[in-house]
Write a protein that binds this ligand. Structure first.
Ligand SMILES: [Zn+2]
Length: 433
């Protein structure tokens, strides 16, 4: 291509926005956004309880490691700093949660469907809150792991230095005491090259990407390379929005006429669906980061500051939160296999498919095999046809009733029959081991 070809493609593509439908289903997206937002909310509230416990425990000399007891030692001050970092992260996460709630579709009709339209401000708020979340949480996880006074000084003095450039007198007076003034003066006397390596400051991993690499390698996370790239990509993508890049601004600020879509809940617009798709993607990256990287970073830090006995009490509660998030999140957009009586697919019967999330999806004829999924959790269904009427199929995960079978539901079976089936499942499980 020549430079004119390139410029032509830009002129034509970035001047007229095409209305495009998201590939995902809007109703599923809204349900999953609600589910993951709630799950994340649980994680943040639980972290808040742990923050309180950690703050109290750190006040007790008997519970912390020796190197944190003596106030002439630098690590002593982390007893105040660590709870503050956790509190900071809780506030940032709460803001992020506020911007990643599902759309409210109550009372939406064809006349007021415009309320659901998403514009520059919505996109900018969503992506900026994601940027603040990932940026700060990575920086704080880094501090909790590297656990070095000079590294901490660098991060805080850098922030203080910028803040001080423009802040009003009254805020300055309310916030800065003489000790912090002197610290800042000391920092200002360093030349720029000394900032990251001086007698009072240090920064061994300056960029976001280098901090991410350091966190992954120190926590010894070797199986999550996709997540590592995803975090870095979210950072770059959000830079585009936060710094008002051409593409993001164009994409979100041009309002064209939109066609109106609809499902069984209400009408909606393509821009609403596109926005939800992005919101869900960001939420997924964030909750993965929170459970797989951030919480393990707190554990890493707690191991450094608490005596073994104390650590043994705190660690299980963090692990428990983590396990719940990971297990519950896995139920979204899953793949499930169901057994179905042969002859049912293609018949004129509506087939009830009850998902693992307890939602019954009524699959109407003509049965379209290319697109069977749960409207609630987005999980895909794979159907295995079974000849005759066997009632139950024994699997290592438990008994599975064949869809369309004349057998009664499992809880309606006589007790002895239930025990017999469960014994067979137990045998199947042992064989699988
Ligand atoms: Zn489901």
């Amino acid at each position: 291509m020549t430079e004119i070809d390139i410029l032509k493609s830009i002129a034509e593509n970035l001047s007229e926005r095409k209305s495009s439908a998201a590939l995902n289903n809007y109703q599923v997206l809204c349900n999953n956004i609600k589910y993951v937002n709630n799950l994340f909310d649980f994680g943040v509230k639980s972290l808040s309880i742990i923050q309180g416990q950690v703050e109290n425990t750190l006040k007790n000399d008997n519970l912390v490691k020796d190197e944190l007891i003596n106030s002439t030692k630098p690590l002593y001050y982390f007893r105040q700093i660590i709870p503050r970092i956790l509190l900071n992260d809780i506030s940032i996460s709460e803001k992020f949660l506020a911007y990643t709630k599902p759309d409210n579709r109550e009372g939406i009709t064809v006349d007021n469907v415009g309320k659901l339209a998403k514009s520059f401000i919505d996109y900018n708020n969503l992506v900026t809150s994601a940027r603040q979340f990932i940026d700060s949480m990575v920086a704080d996880a880094y501090q909790m792991i590297i656990f070095d006074p000079k590294e901490m000084n660098y991060q805080v003095l850098l922030s203080l230095n910028s803040f001080n450039k423009y802040v009003t007198k009254s805020i300055r007076q309310a916030l800065f005491n003489s000790e912090i003034e002197s610290s800042l003066t000391e920092f200002e006397q360093l030349n720029f090259n000394q900032w990251s390596n001086s007698t009072i400051t240090k920064c061994s991993h300056k960029t976001f990407a280098k901090k991410v690499d350091y966190i992954f390698s120190t926590l010894n996370i070797t199986t999550e390379n996709d997540l590592k790239e995803e975090i870095k990509n979210l950072f770059k993508f959000s830079s585009e929005f936060t710094h008002i890049g051409y593409v993001s601004t164009f994409f979100t600020s041009t309002s064209g006429d939109e066609v109106i879509f609809g499902d069984e809940i209400s009408p909606y617009l393509p821009s609403t669906e596109n926005f939800s798709e992005l919101k869900y993607e960001i939420l997924s990256t964030a909750i993965n980061f929170f459970s797989k990287i951030y919480l393990p970073a707190t554990i890493y830090c707690f191991r450094k500051i608490f005596k073994q006995d104390t650590f043994n009490i705190i660690e299980p509660s963090v692990v428990q939160i983590n396990n719940k998030i990971l297990t519950d999140f896995k139920t979204r957009n899953n793949q499930y296999y169901f057994f179905i009586k042969q002859g049912l697919i293609g018949s004129d019967e509506t087939i009830p498919l009850t998902c693992m999330c307890q939602t019954t999806n009524n699959w109407k004829p003509p049965h379209d095999l290319t697109n069977i999924y749960c409207k609630n959790c987005g999980s895909k269904f794979n159907l295995l046809e079974i000849e005759g009427d066997p009632g139950y199929i024994i699997t290592s995960n438990g008994p599975a009733k064949v869809i369309g079978s004349s057998a009664p539901d499992f809880d309606k079976l006589p007790v002895e029959k239930r025990i017999e089936i469960l014994k067979k499942c137990e045998e199947a499980r042992k064989q699988n081991e």
